[in-house]
Design a binder for this molecule. Sequence first.
Ligand code: NAD
Length: 325
Amino acid sequence: MSKSIYVITGSLGFVGFNLSKFIIDSGHGVIGIDISNNSDPLNIWRYKESERIGIETVKADISDKYQIESVANKLSKIENVKSIFHLAGLAGVRKSIENPDQYYNVNLRGTFNILQLFKSIGAESLVFSSTSSVYGNIPAEHFSKENDPLDTISPYASSKLNAEKLCKLFSNLYKLNISVLRYFTVYGGAGRPDMSILKFINLIYKDKPITIYGDGNQERDFTHISDICKGTYDSSKLKGFNLTNLGRSNPEKLINVVRVIEEKLGKKAKIIFKPQNEIDVNRTSADISNSKKLINWDPLEGIESGISKTVDWYKENKESLEKLS
Ligand SMILES: NC(=O)c1ccc[n+]([C@@H]2O[C@H](COP(=O)([O-])OP(=O)(O)OC[C@H]3O[C@@H](n4cnc5c(N)ncnc54)[C@H](O)[C@@H]3O)[C@@H](O)[C@H]2O)c1
C-alpha cells in the first residue's frame, strides 16, 4: 500500500517545518505549500532542510485564489492525500496593528481559499492553527473553549477568530472534518527569531542586552514544539467540527525563563526593562480538559528540558544560519 500524504500550508514556518519532520519521521509523505520568503534566513534554512528530507514545497500565496486553485488541481491528481494542516499565516500581535489589511488578507481570505481547496480535493480532514490571542484580555483561568463570543484586541486575533468561524461554517455546511487548535506560545528548535525564547537565547549568547516590556512577572503558557506536533497530528483523526486549546497548562513567568536560559548558556543577561505594551496580556493559561478528552493530550516537555533542547539546537545551527543572513 502506498504511504499517506499530508499537505502542510506554511511548511517553511516554525510549526509547519517541525510538523513536516514529525510526519516524515512517522513514515508518511508531506507536500508543503508556502509563499517562501527569500529575505528570511530561517525560511531559507528550513527550505534546504525540507529538500534534504524529501519534502516537496509548492510555492504559492494562500491569499491568491488563482494560485490556490492551481495547487488544488495538482493535488487532486495525487492519490492518498489524507489531511491538510493549515498553518500558513501572519503571526504577531504588534505587527498586525501596523498592517491590518495584510493580516485579514492572509489569515482570513487565505483560510477561505484553503477551505475551498480542502472541499475540492476531498481529503479526510483539515486542521487549522489558531491562537490563544483570541482570548484577548479575559482572565486566564477562563481560557477554555466555552468562552465564545470573545472580544479580540488586535487585528491578528480578530483575523484568526473570524477564520475559526469560517472553519466551523464549512464543517457544518459541507459535512467536513475540521479541527481548530488554539496554540499557546510555542517554542523550540528552528523557532521564530521574533519570539521571546529564541530571541533571548541569541542575544544573551552574544552578550547583547535583552528588552523586557513590564517587570518580567507576566506569565505565558510556553509550550514545546514536540508536544504541539503530536497534538496537531492527532487532531487530524477527529471527526466533525472540534475547537480546542493546545497549551502546556503550566504558565511560567518571563523573568524565570530568562533565568533558565542564563543557566543553560552559562551567561548573565543584560536586561533593559521598558513599560508594558497595553496590548500585551498579563497571563495566558490553557484549559486543556477538552484536548485531554478528544486526543488524550498530555504535554510532556517541561520548561527546563524544553529550553535545554532549544539551546542545543541554537548552538548546533547558529553558524549555518549566520552564513545565510
Ligand atoms: N508559534 C506560536 O507560538 C504560535 C502561537 C499561536 C498560533 N500560531 C499560529 O500557528 C501558525 C504557524 O505559526 P509559526 O510560528 O510557524 O509561524 P511562522 O511565521 O514561522 O510560519 C508561517 C509560515 O506561513 C508562510 N506564509 C505567510 N504568508 C503566506 C501566504 N500568503 N501564502 C503562503 N504561505 C504564507 C510563511 O512563509 C511561513 O513559512 C500561524 O498561523 C500562527 O498564527 C503560532
